[in-house]
Design a protein around this ligand. Structure first.
Ligand SMILES: Cc1cc2nc3c(=O)[nH]c(=O)nc-3n(C[C@H](O)[C@H](O)[C@H](O)COP(=O)(O)OP(=O)(O)OC[C@H]3O[C@@H](n4cnc5c(N)ncnc54)[C@H](O)[C@@H]3O)c2cc1C
Length: 477
């Protein structure tokens, strides 16, 4: 039987996409710089169908890539050229809401926001909140160990996943949990789709905090705002979120959503405090004082839920809003120790001047997780390459400052070449060996995370390069 016939039998002919035009939708993810045409997209409707589809790939020796909503920003769900995409968009059921134990069992295609919506009537919510939460899926969140504004206090996806069913590259279905035995669940969370296809997840949900207060503090520049962040944390206050936006990003967000952000500020901090009412009351006054001491000329407290939502609308729309002021932009994602935020932002400014490209900054300041947005115009000869080079230099600056290559968007395809800046040969070998244990033939999302040359049998006997791997990215824009 041919591969396509085998896959059609696995998921049903109606759920197998082979039309070249329809396949174009699946060529890339949110990082549009990379694209490749898959042979087919299989859309299974159940774990059993995922097992059948993966087993078909195994029988025919063809690589596959799991795909959620395709909002990843590091090229993680870009197909292997002529390989198979396993799209989880039909697996969108919330299987069980266990209110007393605050656990929810769900399929991987459920969106992040749908989890909170499902438990909201019970006074509960799901804490990790990527800005893409309206569309990104829990499967993608698990694969990327996604974060969000509120992860400063509540932790990343890994702190909220209790169990996962994973289909391995040979078609075996395994159930991994955060207790008993080796913590393989911990390995799967953040493995960027390289260890298997997640088909079911149990997540922890939390009770809504008794009180939430949101502040918008306006500063003359990012130095002052950075000082306020350090002072708040040094005072022992752990806000639910501290987000920073610089002048360029404020201008773009205001143009897009009219959230009432101060257009004359050099930087704003969005600080959210939550918890028991009495505790919030106390830390609120202290946080306002610390912002003012750092130089804030205006600190606004959201008067009601509508105003609070308005502040957040401005922040969450910031990436997309860049389209108002630039035809194209490249999102970088790096981390620096909080105390080194001001100097890193100055370095980014200097690089921006050197390259002659504008860079907007909107980021999770409490985590030191930067998201520089490098603006460029693809119709200008050489600008895309320049933007990419500038973004690479920003990443170097993060690593040199003692930070890391990614805060939450993953390594994917885009940053695999930078892995050697962070990790030694031995580090990469250890990761590779683990991967080989799950996927000895290298069929599961090959070409991602690891710098490609390392995959060519550099851990002898552990990894056999798939013949299609070399061609994985057919086109590079
Ligand atoms: C505007 C915007 C804002 C964003 N903000 C944030 C943010 O605040 N925080 C953050 O962390 N990220 C953010 N992201 C990045 C992205 O949304 C997250 O990484 C998200 O988790 C990706 O989910 P997805 O369903 O779109 O996954 P995809 O992009 O489809 O896939 C991402 C990776 O996960 C793998 N994968 C997907 N589903 C599965 C599965 N079921 N089993 C195994 N592997 C799987 C894929 O193979 C790929 O490697 C943002 C993206 C955009 C476009």
């Amino acid at each position: 039987m041919s591969l396509l016939a085998d896959l059609g039998r696995a998921v049903g002919a109606d759920h197998l996409i082979t039309d070249p035009v329809a396949l174009r939708t699946y060529q890339s993810d949110g990082l549009t710089g990379y694209r490749a045409q898959p042979l087919a997209v299989a859309l299974p409707g159940s774990t059993a169908e995922v097992v059948a589809a993966v087993s078909a790939c195994d029988r025919h020796g063809v690589p596959f890539v799991a795909r959620g909503a395709g909002t990843g920003l590091s090229g993680g769900s870009v197909p292997v050229a002529e390989g198979i995409v396993i799209g989880l968009s039909r697996m969108r059921a919330i299987l069980d809401v266990d209110v007393p134990n605050r656990r929810v069992r769900l399929q991987p295609g459920v969106t992040n926001l749908e989890v909170t919506e499902a438990v909201a009537p019970h006074g509960l919510y799901y804490a990790p909140d990527p800005s893409s939460q309206q569309v990104c899926t829990i499967g993608g969140n698990v694969a990327e160990n996604s974060g969000g504004a509120h992860c400063l206090k509540y932790g990343f996806t890994t702190n909220h996943v209790l169990e996962a069913d994973v289909v391995l590259a040979g078609g075996e279905l395994v159930r991994l949990s955060d207790h008993d035995g080796l913590d393989l669940l911990g390995a799967v969370v953040g493995s960027e789709g390289t260890l298997g296809v997640v088909t079911e997840v149990v997540v922890r949900v939390l009770p809504r905090p008794q009180r939430v207060e949101t502040l918008l503090a306006a500063f003359a520049d990012t130095d002052e705002a950075g000082e306020a962040v350090s002072a708040i944390i040094a005072a022992g206050i752990i806000p639910a979120a501290i987000e920073m936006m610089d002048a360029l990003t404020i201008a773009a967000a205001e143009a897009a959503v009219h959230a009432g952000l101060p257009l004359d500020a050099g930087a704003v901090l969005l600080v959210e405090l939550d918890g028991p009412a009495l505790e919030v009351e106390q830390v609120l006054a202290e946080t306002v004082r610390l912002c003012r001491t750092a130089g804030a000329r205006d600190v606004r407290q959201a008067g009601d839920e509508a105003e609070r939502a308005g502040f957040w609308r401005g922040r969450k729309a910031a990436f997309a809003a860049m389209g108002r002021i630039s035809p194209h932009y490249y999102v970088q994602d790096g981390v620096v120790p909080r105390t080194r935020l001001p100097e890193t932002l100055r370095k980014i400014e200097q690089l921006s001047e050197q390259y002659g490209l504008r860079v907007g900054n909107v980021f999770h300041a409490g985590d030191g997780n930067l998201h520089p947005l490098v603006l460029y115009d693809a119709s200008v000869e050489g600008e895309p390459a320049l933007a990419e080079q500038l973004a690479s230099e920003i990443l170097n600056a993060c690593v040199e400052a003692g930070g890391s290559l990614t805060g939450e968007h993953g390594i994917g395809l885009d940053k695999a070449r930078h892995m050697g800046k962070m990790f030694s040969e031995a580090d990469l070998d250890a990761m590779n060996r683990l991967r080989c244990g799950f996927d000895p033939d290298g069929r599961c999302n090959p070409g991602k995370v690891f710098p490609t040359p390392r995959l060519c049998g550099e851990v002898p006997g552990h990894y056999r390069e798939h013949p299609l791997e070399r061609e994985r990215v057919a086109e590079r824009w």
